[in-house]
Write a protein that binds this ligand. Structure first.
Ligand code: 3H9
Length: 706
């Protein structure tokens, strides 16, 4: 037997334990080990039933995802053991009880469903998250799950990929019993209880498969939902097809259909990109000079300066994580407005079913609104979220210097200003760090953590760790103007404006990028964020503009007219009372007039040009940022863009996308754009170098990690 699987006995009950930390993934050796254990149990007359359990904190989190990378790269063959082993186990005459704690995800749930019974700890979760990796369940998950949970729930779980909790799994029939306390002891007792009774085989249970009439509506609704909510992704629709096969074909034939679809998905570009994102989101937590063992500061209480849109959202983030938080404003009206928005946001979350009323009530109790700094001296972390202006930020930090306790973290939510300059307002620059939340802060997953020259390692380690507790993906970035995300977003939005000035309609620019997969087009994003934000920043940095280099004009002019975007009812678009965007012919007329005045020739512009110019503007700036070491790795940039800027995860992020196009091709196109449009398109030296060496950004990451 492999050393990844242990077989022991508790009198007449065999116990199979998977020992493959950290998540008991089904790596090579695990299916073989289970298989050998099942054979032994079958032969052992002293064994009446078996329990299968995972060691450590979890059952089985699924197939070993790293193996998929090797398989599609042709470095290894897919395991031929797992699927037949499941069948052998199901055919074992002695009942096998699956004891689930932590997570039974993907192949883990498929393993559990091939057992005869399932018991679970109340805190356990089960799910088929494969679609999030661009694949579908590949070991009969789409065939066994509808047999246990019914078609509607199975379609939802396989197509959306979200886990369910143990109590719901019990209600649905995926799990047979919840066990409080010692799971193994409870599972062994359960096994003893059912031993001697016939062992039910999931694959033979057809009573929940429904009729064609009942199922037709379920599949139509699921497809509609997938097209809307997982726009552009192939795997959800593929998963629905596989579950549909379960309802139309005998089990074995259904498994064959599932297998074909699984293999097709596995080799797809979308799956490779999503697997890159899965590991990327974990890679970003690793900071070469801030090792895992670095001491951290316990953050048990927090304080936020500013109850505006960002401050309010950040306050909710702390409260949602169970951390008591003070939120300060300068006058009562602003404080009341801030608290009203927080309450309204919570009410909406309850309406949408995201939170229970009780959860919200508890969160609100954790929030203390205030007009003074009273109590700030006790906070472990203070986040400044005031208006974006250096003078004001410095004033706040000099006040914090006086009030905050000696080892408190002093964080700024600035999106563009220098953390080093802000830190100068205090005599403890080691405590100062940037925590750049994205709007709406309580929803967006990204947290850019900005390291200043003097930021202490403990402070960095704390913020990285805290980001996970806050439900965020924390990415460490260097202190340059706009940090990583906004520094790249500048060229992206600049090109969008240039394209409009050169004759592309606002809707054509947004439409092309939406079709590419962006959550929103760049013009609509500008209107949402407020065009005046960029306008103010541009005014602050105008002295840095190089003479003779083309600057975008349209947005500044829209702002001069008071068209700030959604908040003023007009920007690039007009907005109705429900903030729905309506194309505005007046904008088209104005932009073409401004272009004529500036001597810009308007012309027909293709979708391809729109996408190339906007996305390659991201890539080129990203390459510069990487070379200047403001991002640790290309994958960090990808994670930033996916979690903070609505970049489609199935394209892997802008740097991964460039790798898939081929850096030589990207570089050549950028050279072309340089020749056509001048200085802005100077190719980044790193891009040029990698393209000439036939390398990828992924190679750069690999070289850097050596
Ligand atoms: C599948 O099952 C296909 C099947 O249908 C079979 C077809 C034949 N493989 O997330 P964490 C690593 S597809 C390899 O930080 P947490 C992870 O990279 C699979 N490695 O912990 C990290 O490594 P490192 C379907 C994995 O407690 C470490 O474990 N299953 C895998 O926050 C800790 O992970 C899924 O999609 C894996 N399957 O969250 C589940 N899982 O320390 C994927 C984790 O070096 N996993 N690692 O950075 C998860 O969702 C979370 O890891 C989990 C734990 C919730 C389980």
């Amino acid at each position: 037997m492999s050393n990844l699987v242990q077989l022991t006995k508790n009198e007449d009950i065999a116990v199979i334990t998977i020992v493959n930390p950290p998540v008991n993934a089904l790596s090579p050796g695990v299916p073989e080990g289970i298989s050998a254990a099942i054979d032994q149990i079958g032969k052992d007359p002293g064994v009446k039933a078996a329990v299968l359990i995972g060691s450590g904190t979890t059952f089985v989190a699924g197939a070993d995802i790293r193996e998929f990378i090797k398989i599609t790269a042709g470095q290894t063959k897919p395991s031929s053991e797992f699927v037949p082993m499941l069948r052998r186990m199901e055919d074992c005459p002695k009942p096998v009880v699956m004891a689930i704690h932590g997570t039974a995800f993907g192949g883990g749930l498929e393993l559990a469903m091939a057992g005869h019974y399932r018991v679970a700890a109340p805190s356990a979760q089960v799910g088929q998250p494969e679609v999030k990796l661009g694949i579908i369940p590949g070991a009969a998950g789409t065939q066994r799950l509808p047999r246990l949970a019914g078609v509607a729930k199975a379609v939802e779980m396989c197509a959306e990929g979200n886990p369910i909790k143990a109590d719901e799994a019990l209600r649905l029939g995926i799990v047979d019993r919840l066990i409080e306390g010692d799971l193994l002891a409870g599972a062994v007792a359960f096994a003893r209880e059912i031993s001697g009774k016939p062992a039910p085989k999931t694959r033979e249970r057809n009573d929940k498969l429904g009729t064609p009439e009942q199922n037709a509506g379920i599949f139509t609704a699921a497809r509609e939902n997938a097209r809307k909510k997982q726009r552009g992704m192939a795997a959800p629709l593929a998963a629905i097809n596989a579950v549909e096969a379960a309802t139309k074909l005998p089990f074995d034939r259904g498994c064959e259909v599932e297998r074909e679809i699984f293999v097709e998905c596995l080799y797809s570009e979308q799956s490779k990109a999503l697997i890159h994102v899965f590991f990327g989101e974990r890679e970003v937590a690793k900071i070469p000079d801030v090792p895992k063992e670095t001491a951290t500061i316990p953050v048990k209480s927090a304080a936020v300066v500013g109850a505006g849109t960002m401050g309010g959202g950040i306050t909710m983030v702390f409260a949602n994580a169970g951390i008591p938080v003070l939120v300060k404003e300068t006058d009562q009206a602003a404080l009341d407005r801030g608290m009203a928005t927080i309450r309204k946001n919570y009410e909406n979350s309850v309406k949408r079913g995201r939170f229970t009323p009780q959860f919200v009530e508890e969160r609100l109790k954790l929030i203390t609104p205030t007009l003074t700094y009273d109590g700030f001296g006790k906070a472990d972390m203070v986040v400044e979220a005031v208006f974006e202006g250096m003078a004001l930020k410095k004033q706040v930090f000099s006040e914090l210097e006086r009030i905050a306790k000696p080892n408190a973290i002093l964080a700024s939510n600035t999106s563009t200003l220098s953390i080093d300059e802000i830190a100068q307002a205090t005599s403890r620059p080691q405590a100062v760090i940037g925590t750049h939340f994205f709007s709406p802060a309580n929803v967006m997953r990204l947290l850019e953590i900005v390291r200043g020259k003097a930021t202490g390692k403990e402070v960095i380690a704390t913020c990285m760790q805290l980001s996970k507790k806050l439900g965020k993906v924390g990415v460490l970035v260097g202190n340059c103007r706009g940090f990583v995300g906004n520094r790249m977003f500048g060229p992206y939005r600049r090109e969008a404006q240039f394209l409009a000035e050169e004759g592309a309609s606002v809707e054509a620019v947004d439409g092309a990028l939406y079709e590419y997969g962006m959550a929103m087009g760049p013009m609509a994003v500008g209107d949402l964020a407020g065009l005046d934000v960029g306008w103010r920043i541009r005014k602050e940095f105008r002295h840095l503009e190089k003479p003779g280099v083309r600057q975008p004009i349209a947005e500044d002019k829209l702002c001069e007219m008071g068209r700030y975007g959604q908040k003023t009812g007009a920007g690039w678009y007009k907005y109705d009372e429900n903030r729905r965007a309506i194309p505005d012919p007046e904008v088209a007329r104005l932009v073409s007039q401004w272009a004529a005045e500036a001597g810009i020739r308007q012309r027909q512009i293709s979708k391809e040009e729109i996408v190339d110019r906007c996305i390659y503007a991201l890539v080129n700036e990203g390459a510069r940022i990487l070379e200047e070491r403001y991002a640790l790795r290309a994958v960090d940039i990808d994670v930033i863009y996916i979690n903070g800027y609505g970049y489609p995860a199935y394209r892997g992020g802008p740097m991964w996308y460039a790798d898939t196009v081929g850096l030589k091709k990207v570089y050549e196109r950028i050279c072309e754009l340089h020749a056509q449009h001048g200085a802005w398109w100077e190719p980044a030296p790193l891009l040029k170098k990698l393209a000439q060496e036939g390398k990828k950004f992924a190679d750069f990451d690999r070289d850097m990690s050596k």
